[in-house]
Design a binder for this molecule. Structure first.
Ligand code: FAD
Length: 333
């Protein structure tokens, strides 16, 4: 069997994986010393992040922080610049697989102050921590159409913008007008128009160091009954086709050009393929579902096996849509 492509490194992360554990430990301690006075209880060392993800597996964050105010963001940028601590951004954790060893650095997740939304004429503006289904619901309640596709995508608005999340042949790039961001790497804020957001299939320009703080979406007025029908259809389609009762990250692989990852995985005979507590769903071949006690290593083993079989049989290298947080071999916290 030919070798599969390497796991894609989580692109929103600066993990400096060649650094020694000692220097990483020193950087974490130095970052904690900088962040503690600024953030107080909003800085949590050793916080378990598994419960903050839809897979519900993975180890702790060496440091976890939920910025609320602009000063918090400035302190995070300062700590990163001065210490070189590895860092990553977490939204609602519905598209990530956290390593069993956790993340040996700073995990940044927008706090509650970033959960808000407001209507401005035919536009909706919302904070990056706002769940996308709630933004879709808010738009519907305001009689605005365009966001129905997001009603059952379980991410945050920030994560959805970053991933250019989509369904039913629509995606965030169809509605986003502007994005307000903060750069963790240079400590500055800016407003990015959609034309400069680099939106493409399940990706955007917001991959390295850019925290999505808020987005403005341009929508259209429509009959509220029609909007509700579209949302009900979207929910019913998911219930019928996806294993929603079991932990997963949604689609594991991106669709290759002109094909569907689920079709290839099923045609390769991988439905039901199991490693430890992780299994290719028997309901939807592009979902990996887990049992209690499953590890990130189990999920990675399933991913590797599926990729290798699809490559072997069809010559197609599946690329993961799920992003990996922390490295299983080099990171120990
Ligand atoms: P996370 O999983 O926390 O992070 C994903 C990426 O976004 C990471 O790189 C992270 O660093 C980055 N990120 C998160 N928040 C921010 C922020 N504020 N600023 C900058 N970067 C950020 N996706 C689809 O596109 N379509 C679907 O139909 C769909 N269905 C799903 C169904 C299920 C049952 C599940 C579990 C997942 C599904 N997903 C789907 C995947 C997932 O919901 C989306 O990718 C979502 O946009 C991820 O958002 P999040 O907040 O959970 O991001």
């Amino acid at each position: 069997m030919s070798g599969s492509a390497p796991d894609r490194v989580h692109p929103g992360v600066d993990d400096r994986s060649n650094d020694s554990a000692t220097s990483r430990g020193e950087a974490i301690a130095a970052a904690e010393a900088i962040l503690r006075p600024a953030l107080g209880q909003r800085l949590q060392p050793g916080r378990s992040i598994a419960p903050l993800t839809s897979f519900r597996i993975g180890g702790p964050a060496a440091l976890f922080v939920e910025p609320e105010r602009e000063e918090d963001l400035a302190a995070i940028a300062r700590a990163v610049a001065l210490t070189g601590v590895p860092w990553t951004i977490l939204g609602k954790g519905s598209n990530v697989l956290v390593s069993d060893a956790g993340f040996p650095g700073l995990v940044v997740r927008l706090g509650r102050a970033h959960q808000w939304m407001e209507r401005e004429g035919t536009r909706m503006r919302a904070g990056g921590a706002m769940p996308l289904p709630r933004v879709a619901g808010g738009a519907a309640a305001a009689g605005l159409t365009g966001l129905e596709f997001g009603v059952a995508i379980p991410g945050s608005l920030g994560g959805a913008v970053r991933m250019n999340a989509g369904a039913h042949a629509r995606s965030m790039s169809d509605v986003v007008e502007t994005v307000r961001v903060f750069s963790i790497t240079d400590g500055t804020g800016s407003v990015v128009p959609a034309e400069e957001a680099g939106f493409a299939y399940r990706t955007s320009a917001f991959v390295r160091g850019t925290l999505v703080l808020e987005a403005t979406m341009a929508l259209r007025e429509a009959d509220p009954g029609t909007i509700r029908e579209l949302m009900d259809e979207a929910r019913a389609w998911r219930r019928a086709t996806q294993p929603l009762a079991e932990p997963s990250c949604g689609s594991v692989f991106k669709n290759p050009r002109g094909d569907h990852a689920a079709r290839l995985v099923e045609a390769a005979g991988c439905k039901g393929l199991t490693h430890g507590g992780a299994q290719v769903s028997t309901k939807h071949a592009n979902f990996i579902v887990t049992r209690p006690g499953a590890t990130a290593a189990d999920v990675r083993a399933v991913i590797r096996d599926v990729r290798a079989r699809v490559l072997d049989l069809f010559g197609v290298e599946l690329e993961t849509e799920v992003e990996f947080v922390g490295d299983p071999d080099t990171h120990r916290v």
